[in-house]
Write a new protein. Structure first.
Length: 587
DNA sequence: GCCGTTTTCGGCCCGACTGTTTTCAGTCG
């Protein structure tokens, strides 16, 4: 069973409890939903964790759920879950995917109209709605019926299934919206918050916060956005619109005096906010997006500034990238948060594909080494490493490959002479073949300072074989960096499995680095593995994998991943001076 | 059902918006 399937099953148990008796099972419902969310977000397979008896690694999975999940992995079913769900008609579950339908409404519809087939229930409901039968139901009306019809329509169109946006795309969209909003005279300040501010690898909705003394004018202006398909909802202080492409944009407005509270609230994450509010409760306070109230008092203390809000709770300000409730609040209370790496700490990039005619096995870069060096100087880098793909094996003899790399070495020495302001490092991105050997011979590798190694073919190997392959490839003395270590492509493919414990232990003892590939569709290592790597004492590099000069600006996204993985400057090789780098790479 | 720098028992975030109500339930973030 996959993680999404398991998460879905837990959600169904929570739904069943809600229908049975929401008040009685209130906290079980929360617990099941929380565990479901955690499993959805987990990058390790629950089936693996169950086999390794390590389910407690998932936050929100306690003794009971550990036992149930073990049973699920072993037997494919859980007696307790079946008991809970035995009186719940299975046809309600597909309806929960339709926005505006929750457990209560879905149950009433399924019960009243006697829907029994989960496969056809959405079509069945549509038919009933078209026959004008929902409007007659108590608690429903003409409007609900129309809403349900539209929701089914949009669901069938895949509006809710649109893949999550990669960061640059979401940023651009948010910029267009903030530009639009800034043209309103009523808008004092506007920021994009939510997962975009936390720099998550993919973004679902765009969340915007506006400081204004005139909320209704701002909301009118917002809902008249020229590219809005329709207004989803609109109240006194917030509104949502649907834009073309099926994206939701949510906007909240607060007066400037309370804007800090709104920034905090709307940045999230949900888990971080809940923990913060629980912390406030323990101090006899109540926290919301409006400010902080003393318990049983009406008066609310507003915060214009986010930092002051955190301080009122006895916390240092927490960088948005780590607001995920994974220990940041505890450390902030002791003022012990690490100082996260910043873009300005970066002194170079090791993964640059130039247009040097090396006749590579994979795609070649578009711009010359000179153009890319000039860009590196603009970025204030101290050094730049060229890492074209190795010459294709199938099209060359070994002798030809050695000759190509010889010529490249000469050329790099030549441009080094002409570019005294920056150090040029001669690297390569060498394929690790299925048998673990590197794609080119030791004679050819001799022409390099060091090499990145990576997997580009035969991705379907199992975890054990792939780990063996990667470890063998990295064992070569010239191999220093494992590039895009998981091989995932965001929204395209999940990447292969590796035994990370083994990889980390190897990197640490052999002084090899893992790459954080900054390319927005890679962001590989993923943030959670970055954090585990650092905790295991592994050093990392952040590279852009640029195939043209414009790509070199993508470094910021790699830094975001590093920050989300709690990396400090010390954890990242390419924050260090050239002499240190050179010594490491050529050791 | 989970969890612990006031707790292994006794807590568990807070509010907006909508539609169908005439004071609120359901859904969502």
């Amino acid at each position: 069973m996959t993680n999404p399937e398991i998460a879905r099953l837990l959600r169904h148990v929570a739904t069943s409890y809600t229908i049975m008796n929401e008040a009685k099972y209130r906290f079980q419902i929360i617990a099941y939903q929380k565990a479901s969310d955690a499993i959805d977000q987990s990058i390790t397979e629950i089936t693996d964790l169950a086999t390794e008896d390590n389910l407690s690694a998932i936050p929100g999975v306690g003794p009971s759920l550990q036992a149930y999940l073990s049973e699920l992995v072993k037997n494919g079913k859980v007696r307790h879950f079946e008991e809970v769900m035995k009186d719940i008609p299975p046809a309600i579950f597909p309806l929960l995917d339709i926005p505006s339908l929750g457990p209560k409404k879905a149950f009433r519809l399924v019960n009243h109209f006697n829907f029994t087939n989960p496969r056809t229930v959405i079509a069945d409901l549509k038919k009933i709605a078209l026959e004008n039968k929902i409007a007659l139901l108590e608690g429903f009306g003409e409007k609900s019926q129309q809403d349900i019809l539209r929701a089914i329509e949009e669901f069938s169109d895949g509006v809710n299934k649109v893949s999550r946006m990669v960061l640059p795309f979401a940023s651009e969209l948010a910029d267009r919206l903030t530009d639009y909003l800034q043209k309103s005279p009523y808008v004092e300040e506007v920021y994009a918050l939510g997962s975009l501010r936390r720099k998550k690898e993919t973004i679902g909705d765009i969340d915007l916060a506006v400081a204004s003394a005139h909320p209704s004018e701002v909301l009118d202006y917002f809902t008249s956005y020229p590219y809005a398909k329709r207004t989803i909802e609109k109240g006194d202080v917030s509104a949502s619109i649907l834009i073309s492409g099926g994206k939701h944009i949510d906007l909240m407005v607060q007066p400037a005096a309370a804007f800090g509270s709104l920034l905090q609230h709307f940045t999230g994450s949900k888990e971080h906010n809940i923990h913060l509010r629980e912390l406030a409760l323990k101090k006899g306070l109540s926290l919301s997006e409006y400010g902080i109230k003393e318990k049983r008092q009406e008066k609310i203390k507003q915060y214009a500034d986010e930092k002051a809000l955190y301080q009122s709770l006895g916390l240092s300000w927490i960088p948005p990238e780590i607001r995920e409730d994974t220990g940041e609040i505890e450390l902030a209370s002791k003022n012990e948060l690490p100082r996260l790496i910043e873009l300005s700490d970066i002194k170079g990039d090791f993964h640059i594909h130039s247009s040097f005619p090396i006749e590579p096995s994979h795609d070649m870069g578009k711009d010359s080494m000179e153009i890319m060096l000039n860009k590196a100087k603009e970025l204030g880098y101290h050094y730049l490493g060229f890492s074209e793909h190795n010459p294709s094996q199938s099209k060359h003899t070994e002798k030809q490959i050695v000759s190509l790399l010889g010529k490249r070495k000469e050329f790099i020495e030549h441009i080094s002479e002409n570019n005294k302001g920056i150090r040029v490092i001669s690297l390569l991105e060498t394929d690790i073949m299925p048998n673990g050997n590197l794609a080119i011979s030791d004679n050819a590798l001799e022409y390099l300072d060091a090499t990145l190694v990576s997997i580009h073919s035969v991705l379907g190997m199992n975890k054990l074989e792939m780990t063996k392959r990667v470890l063998k490839g990295m064992s070569h003395p010239k191999a220093k960096i494992l590039s895009h270590p998981t091989g995932r492509l965001i929204n395209e493919r999940p990447g292969y499995e590796l035994d990370w414990k083994e990889i980390f232990a190897f990197c640490r003892s052999e002084n090899k680095a893992l790459e954080i590939n900054a390319f927005p569709t890679r962001l590989d290592l993923p943030d959670t593995l970055v954090r585990e790597a650092i905790n295991s004492g592994v050093k990392l590099v952040i590279d852009t994998d640029s195939h043209q000069v414009a790509n070199m600006d993508l470094m910021q996204y790699g830094v975001s991943v590093a920050r989300r993985g709690w990396a400090t400057k010390d954890d990242i090789w390419n924050t260090k001076e050239y002499d240190i780098i050179n010594k490491w790479l050529t050791s």
